[in-house]
Design a binder for this molecule. Structure first.
Ligand code: SAM
Ligand code: SF4
Length: 480
């Protein structure tokens, strides 16, 4: 998961007097998706979006808590708006997402000019909260300063948006959350606290949302979830006589979702982030094999290659179990590529533990790796119970070493594609080299080749000529 910041979706023509919204999004793809949902709802109540923060009447921050750095960046952005709020007291500033959930009203203490804080199970009401604030501001006789700060961080609700009424604004690449929250308890992780318990979306709603996106121009859909492959585990098992899915005890599974998405005309690719090794089932592997729209790239974070550290992290698997699951997966989908997240410098990580991680990355042959330095997050088990005893310099050094190992492994794996023809979904024009287009292969690997804008949004067969650790270059053989 990344901590990228995304600006509001493209601004559009606005009618005079129409209020304007700007959303700054930090964190993962789930946040990007949630920001689009919020934008859609605001648009439905008469707002336009703007790329210019200085033009906005409402500025929202969709935030991340996974590492401290992400929270500090949000506070620094908020700090920059203090003057803007003084110059324009009508401005509304809201904070939503994981940091809003974790920090709650404390946000007002560090950033007194924030008006609204809405957590991960309440942000769907952001436009109503803005209306409520505006009404209160308009009635100073009745409402005092303390009434002009709204907080909604309860976890009693399911997140629901009526998207059918919205204009889809996600372009050819759409995100779709099939589940939210996490029922696991990795000792370092803040997510179960900020995102709450697992809530899978009903299968018919997923398919309806996917059809709606495709009808409005989406070609690639990335299915999102903290442990996306545990989809359906929280549903009750079907009663006798009810249709059975392929999941545990007849529950619907992610494999069932993939098989249904495969049927949607106009949908070209399906991707998924992020998986947990414990839920890597034969059913899922067979669905990937049977559905040619599904990327042969699966992100299945291992986090560490040391069994002692995995146990201390309470990941719920050993390296042996991970290895067995990957063997099963590669038997069924021989050309699958894998990605992983890793935490280095977890409490007690010895040189031998770290060496085991390097060896495991190489053994499994992960082609894409995100490496994070352990960061004790307040209230997590590891922060409260274990000493953050690995020096910063050692964490940095291990981080660098693992990234170098990742480069070596990726260079070798991508080198295998030289001379082969791969299927590429073309995403955009290169902004550095004229006459070159970028896309991603069915194995999730970035590919560039000479081509023009006509190819964007189409699948192309590309003969690979060169490969590095970060992508491949080739020549167009054929386009669909
Ligand atoms: N659900 C996914 C899984 O189980 O692997 C990952 C979700 S987590 C939000 C994204 C990544 O952030 C994790 O895979 C982990 O590598 C990293 N991460 C989470 N907590 C962290 C912490 N306290 N310190 C450093 N990295 C952390
Ligand atoms: Fe966090 Fe573990 Fe859940 Fe992933 S599986 S979100 S790392 S608690």
């Amino acid at each position: 998961m990344t901590t990228t910041r995304f600006q509001s979706a493209a601004a559009e023509d606005t009618a005079a007097g129409q209020p304007k919204l700007h959303i700054v999004t930090f964190g993962c793809q789930m946040n990007k998706y949630d920001s689009l949902l919020v934008e859609g709802k605001f648009k439905g109540s008469g707002y336009a979006t703007t790329d210019e923060m200085s033009e906005a009447d409402v500025i929202l921050f969709n935030t991340c808590s996974v590492r401290d750095h992400a929270e500090e960046r949000t506070f620094s952005w908020l700090g920059e708006l203090k003057q803007a709020k003084q110059d324009n007291p009508d401005l509304v500033i809201g904070v939503m997402g994981c940091m809003a959930q974790r920090v709650g009203e404390e946000i007002f203490r560090r950033a007194g000019h924030v008006d609204i804080v809405a957590g991960t199970r309440k942000f769907q009401h952001m436009s109503e909260l803005v209306d409520q604030l505006r009404e209160r501001r308009a009635d100073p006789e009745r409402y005092r300063a303390k009434d002009l700060r709204l907080v909604a961080t309860g976890t009693d609700e399911e997140v629901e948006f009526e998207r059918g009424a919205m204009n889809y604004s996600g372009g050819q690449h759409a995100y779709l959350a099939v589940m939210r929250g996490c029922d696991l308890n990795c000792t370092y992780c803040i997510v179960p606290t900020t995102r709450g318990r697992v809530q899978s979306k009903a299968m018919d709603e997923i398919i309806a949302e996917a059809r709606w996106m495709v009808s409005q121009g989406a070609k690639v859909i990335t299915l999102l979830g903290q442990t996306v492959n545990s989809y359906g585990e929280d549903f009750p098992k079907p009663a006798a006589g009810e249709p059975a899915g392929s999941g545990r005890q007849g529950r619907p599974s992610l494999g069932d979702v993939l098989r249904q998405l495969q049927q949607i005309d106009g949908l070209v690719r399906v991707r998924m982030i992020t998986m947990h090794p414990a839920y890597l089932t034969r059913d899922l592997a067979e669905a990937v094999r049977d559905c040619d729209k599904v990327d042969r790239f699966l992100p299945i974070p291992a986090q560490s290659g040391s069994d002692d550290i995995l146990r201390a992290m309470k990941r719920g698997y050993t390296t042996e179990l991970y290895r067995k699951r990957v063997e099963m997966l590669r038997e069924i989908v021989p050309d699958v590529e894998l990605g992983s997240d890793w935490i280095v410098g977890f409490p007690g990580e010895s040189d031998a533990d770290f060496d085991a991680t390097e060896t495991f990355l190489e053994e499994i042959g992960f082609v894409l790796n995100y490496v994070f330095k352990y960061d004790p997050r307040p209230t997590t088990h590891s922060a409260e119970e274990l000493s953050d005893d690995i020096e910063t310099a050692v964490k940095k050094e291990r981080n660098q070493r693992l990234l170098r190992k990742s480069e070596q492994v990726a260079t070798l794996r991508l080198g295998r594609y030289v001379g082969q023809t791969v299927q590429v979904f073309v995403e955009d024009l290169s902004d550095r080299k004229e006459g070159v287009v970028h896309g991603r292969s069915i194995h999730g690997i970035p590919v560039s080749f000479a081509g023009d804008a006509d190819l964007i949004g189409r699948e192309a067969s590309v003969v690979i000529q060169q490969a590095s650790a970060y992508g491949m270059h080739g020549v167009l053989a054929d386009a669909n």
